[in-house]
Structure formats: structure tokens, C-alpha cells
Write a protein that binds this ligand. Structure first.
Ligand code: UDP
Ligand code: MG
Length: 149
């Protein structure tokens, strides 16, 4: 099983899309293991997007991401990181296929409503950056026996 960090960005929260985005992960069969509703500081977002620090959009990105509340989640499942990214679509909504979250619900690359870890290594770093150990809930989902053989 893998874990990934998924977050509804401030524009997604303001547009009332938390439920829709969460629903897609629930319906796919993934298990929610941690979640919180938070407004991140610009410093926190600078850490989160450190690998993009030399990009021209870095400052604006960190400002946008700290401009309002975020719905932060950790989802667990088989191939979770890869499938999470596929469900998001491409970074640019214009390249995202219908059926993906970005392909269905947004239009602009700078307001693409949702974040998802891109590799297992980054997922571990992001989960650690956003959540403390005591924020995880350990439970058995009644779906597990029918989702996996
Ligand atoms: N972004 C942007 N302009 C660009 C590329 C990216 O505003 O030309 C923003 C966009 O919100 C994106 C985020 O920066 O989601 C992080 O970029 P990354 O390449 O990591 O894309 P993601 O992993 O989110 O698909
Ligand atoms: Mg990324």
C-alpha cells in the first residue's frame, strides 16, 4: 500500500469543490487516513514547492496557495501515487482529459484547484511536511476485503 498527499487548493475550496474531489477518491476505492482544513503560511508553501523555487511563477504560486484555506488529505491504496496523479489530470487543465478532476472542473494552469504528490519519494516528504504522526487515524475500512484480492 502507498500513501499520497492530496490537497484541495484555495480556489477549489472557494469554488465549493472539496466534496466533489473527495468523492472521486472515495468512489475509486481509496482510504482516507488523515485530513484537515487549514490555511497555510507563505513560508509553508515555499517549503512545499521548494523544487520550483527557480520558476518564474514560484512567488505567485506560494501567495495563491496561502491566500485561503486548503483541504489537506492523505489517501492510501494500491498504486496510490500514480493513480492519484492520473485522477488529477495534467498540470495544465487545457491538456487534461475529460474525466479527470482538472479536465472536468477548471480551466487555468495557475488556478488548477488540486494538488497531488508526483512520486512516492515526494509523497513521503509532503505527508511529513503537512501531517504529524498523531494526526493519522488507524482503522479498518469495510471496503478493503472487496477492493483487493
Ligand atoms: N503552475 C503555474 N504555472 C505553470 C506551471 C505550474 O502556475 O506554468 C502552478 C500550478 O498551480 C501547478 C503548481 O504550480 O499545480 C505546481 O507545478 P507542478 O509542475 O508541480 O505541477 P503539478 O504537480 O501540480 O501538476
Ligand atoms: Mg508537482
Amino acid at each position: 500500500m502507498e500513501r499520497t498527499f492530496i490537497a484541495v487548493k484555495p480556489d477549489g475550496v472557494q469554488r465549493g469543490l472539496c466534496g466533489e474531489i473527495m468523492k472521486r477518491f472515495e468512489h475509486r476505492g481509496f482510504k482516507l487516513v488523515a485530513a484537515k482544513f487549514v490555511q497555510a503560511s507563505e513560508d509553508h508553501m515555499k517549503k512545499h514547492y521548494l523544487d520550483l523555487k527557480d520558476k518564474p511563477f514560484y512567488a505567485g504560486l506560494c501567495k495563491y496557495m496561502s491566500a485561503g484555506p486548503i483541504f489537506a488529505m492523505v489517501w492510501e491504496g494500491q498504486n496510490m501515487v500514480k493513480l492519484g496523479r492520473m485522477m488529477l489530470g495534467e498540470t495544465n487543465p487545457a491538456d487534461s482529459k475529460p474525466g479527470t478532476i482538472r479536465g472536468d472542473l477548471c480551466v487555468n494552469i495557475g488556478r488548477n484547484i488540486v494538488h497531488g504528490s508526483d512520486t512516492l519519494e515526494n509523497a513521503k516528504m509532503e505527508v511529513d511536511l503537512w501531517f504529524k504522526a498523531e494526526e493519522f487515524v488507524t482503522y479498518t475500512s469495510c471496503e478493503q476485503a472487496w477492493l483487493y484480492e
